[in-house]
Design a protein around this ligand. Structure first.
Ligand code: URA
Length: 283
């Protein structure tokens, strides 16, 4: 029996691992990335925190051994903590938006860096309950470095305002941070290079609802391949987060008759935000 009254060494190891995860998250939030021993948790490797070893010694169990793995495939700035305790789910460390932006740097991870003018990271409130995800910057966004500032952006602004929010109340990002030449569709290698940063932005903002604007955004967020017309109009689950796919504003500019459908999707979002107690503030 240890000092906490637990007699199960496996339960104790799980508790120690949870302590370590919490400590790493505090490090991440505080911008102190140096892990005990000086290793950066961004670099693949393993960590055995001294305080965990000490606690483990006191509890007479093996120290919690935490594998810290960089998500190589997407060059992702989030890290998975795969804990070798049975049934312990991998945990994601939460970076701030500023840390995610710093990690992105002057990105050259895919070929789009050769033709872009500016990286379009994202804009809005870092504490937004509602986050919109589009496809990729167009010419206006490439020039200004801001998402959704062209004609489609003007329509998106109207949609956001019709929901009772100001643009600055929500967070807006894209699957790709750089403009594909000629506004062509994103290519799989580009999405693979960039989607880890979108994941990290979502984790940083921690919205209650995501609105996916158009097929590429919906498919990327949901990890599927389906037309937007088959997805829109109902909430989907993304690791416990509600996602409402709807038509992209650029499509609505070409097909204004579909605005009625998009508005019906956004009304569902508004009702859900109200139900969660995070609807727009009265103005
Ligand atoms: N279309 C998008 O998907 N994103 C933008 O930022 C602008 C247009």
């Amino acid at each position: 029996m240890d000092s906490t009254g637990s007699s199960d060494p496996r339960a104790e190891v799980a508790r120690l691992a949870a302590d370590l995860r919490a400590a790493l998250e505090r490090h991440a939030r505080g911008g102190r990335w140096s892990a005990p021993g000086g290793a950066s948790p961004r670099i693949a490797g393993s960590l055995e925190a001294p305080h965990v070893e000490a606690q483990a010694e006191a509890a007479q169990v093996e120290p919690a051994h935490v594998e810290v793995t960089h998500v190589e495939a997407a060059h992702a700035p989030v890290i998975d903590l795969a804990v070798d305790v049975p049934d312990a789910p991998p945990q994601r460390v939460r970076l701030t938006l500023a840390e995610v932006r710093a990690e992105l740097g002057e990105c050259t991870r895919c070929k789009l860096h050769e033709t872009r003018k500016k990286i379009v990271f994202g804009a809005g409130s870092g504490q937004a309950a509602l986050m919109f995800v589009g496809e990729a910057p167009g010419a206006d966004e490439d020039r200004t470095g801001l998402p959704f500032v062209g004609k489609a952006g003007e329509l998106l602004d109207k949609m956001i305002e019709a929901m009772g929010f100001a643009r600055g109340d929500v967070y807006i990002a894209n699957v790709l941070k750089c403009r594909p030449p000629g506004n062509r569709n994103p290519q799989p290698d580009e999405v693979a290079s960039c989607s880890g940063f979108l994941d990290a932005q979502i984790t940083a903002v921690a919205p209650r609802i995501l609105v996916a604007l158009g097929r590429p955004a919906a498919n990327t967020l949901l990890g599927i391949d389906a037309p937007i017309s088959a997805l829109r109009g109902r909430f989907h689950d993304r690791r416990g987060l509600r996602v409402m796919p709807t038509f992209h504003p650029a499509y609505l500019l070409r097909e204004p008759d579909r605005k009625r459908d998009a508005w019906s999707d956004l009304k569902q979002v508004m009702a859900e935000l109200e139900r969660l107690g995070v609807g727009p503030r009265p103005r």
